[in-house]
Design a binder for this molecule. Structure first.
Ligand code: MG
Length: 287
């Protein structure tokens, strides 16, 4: 993905937009938009500096009927000419030393805003940060760089991909929650090959292949608890149960050597996995 570079010849790259509430004006309470408060420390000096360099507009989500009050506030504190935007077709603001109050997102070199998230061309990073800021859990289908990998022997992993097995049994607990990359070990598990539940899962039409020595899926670890006789029939006694959900199979496994514990992909494997993500999402619909 490419982020369009600023072009100094374009009017869209000329101006600077500055948000009003909580960026210029500080007010501890809203009271139906009747409170304008005082300038935030440094706000007026910064605005004056920007006005010396570029055309500046102040954008606000406040109702247009309040824009004259915002303009008066600015005129009072900044002391420069200030207008309210009344042109429905306006796309740019190019006048120097003249503040415009608008509720449109006019073309600009940048926006100064207390609520913004800077997009840098990487939606994985942007989405993760957006979800964090709005207080939502991470999207388990997004491949963050921090996602650890877990090596599981076949055919246990195939039983997970088949949708039957939702508990991974381990002798050790994990604190990790969220995205995990599932890797199929090169060696097969004899106990799994003999397990009637696994046999039943893999006997169905369209059962997953017994791929080995490769990254085969992404999933989400949603819980980890000590066995209390729970999670039967897949959860085993005396072990830690890792709850595995939201399994996304890769259409094309990525060859990789497995490791013990939770391990990190190297940059090459990580890049390949990113490239496979679209395919992984398609495959999810087939599961
Ligand atoms: Mg604001």
């Amino acid at each position: 993905m490419t982020v369009i570079a600023l072009n100094p010849d374009s009017p869209a790259s000329h101006a600077v937009g500055v948000d009003y509430d909580q960026t210029l004006a500080d007010h501890p309470e809203w009271r139906g938009g009747q409170v304008y408060g005082q300038p935030l420390p440094g706000a007026i000096a910064a605005l004056r500096t920007l006005l010396d360099k570029r055309a500046v507009f102040v954008f606000t989500a406040r109702h247009p009927r309040t824009h004259h009050d915002v303009a008066r506030w600015l005129e009072h504190h900044v002391g420069c000419r200030t207008s309210v935007d009344t042109d429905p077709d306006r796309a740019y603001w190019l006048e120097r030393h003249h503040l415009l109050v608008t509720n449109k997102k006019l073309g600009a070199a940048l926006y100064v805003d207390d609520r913004s998230l800077t997009f840098t061309g990487d939606w994985d990073t942007a989405l993760a940060e957006a979800l964090r800021r709005i207080g939502e859990p991470p999207d388990p289908s997004a491949l963050g760089t921090a996602a650890p990998a877990l090596t599981i022997r076949q055919p246990w992993l195939a039983a997970i991909l088949a949708g039957d097995k939702r508990v991974e049994n381990r002798s050790w607990p994990t604190k990790h929650r969220g995205l995990v990359v599932l890797h199929a070990a090169r060696a097969l598990a004899r106990d799994g090959q003999a397990d009637p539940l696994v046999r039943a899962a893999l006997a169905r039409p369209g059962a997953p292949a017994l791929t080995t020595g490769a990254i085969v899926a992404t999933a989400s670890i949603t819980d980890c608890h000590r066995d209390t006789g729970c999670c039967r029939p897949w959860g085993l006694p005396g072990l830690w149960h890792w709850t595995i959900e939201e399994v996304h199979a890769l259409a094309d496994p990525i060859p990789a050597a497995g490791r013990l514990g939770l391990w990190r992909l190297d940059p090459g494997q990580h890049a390949l996995l990113h490239r496979h993500r679209a395919t992984a999402r398609t495959a999810l619909a087939d599961l």
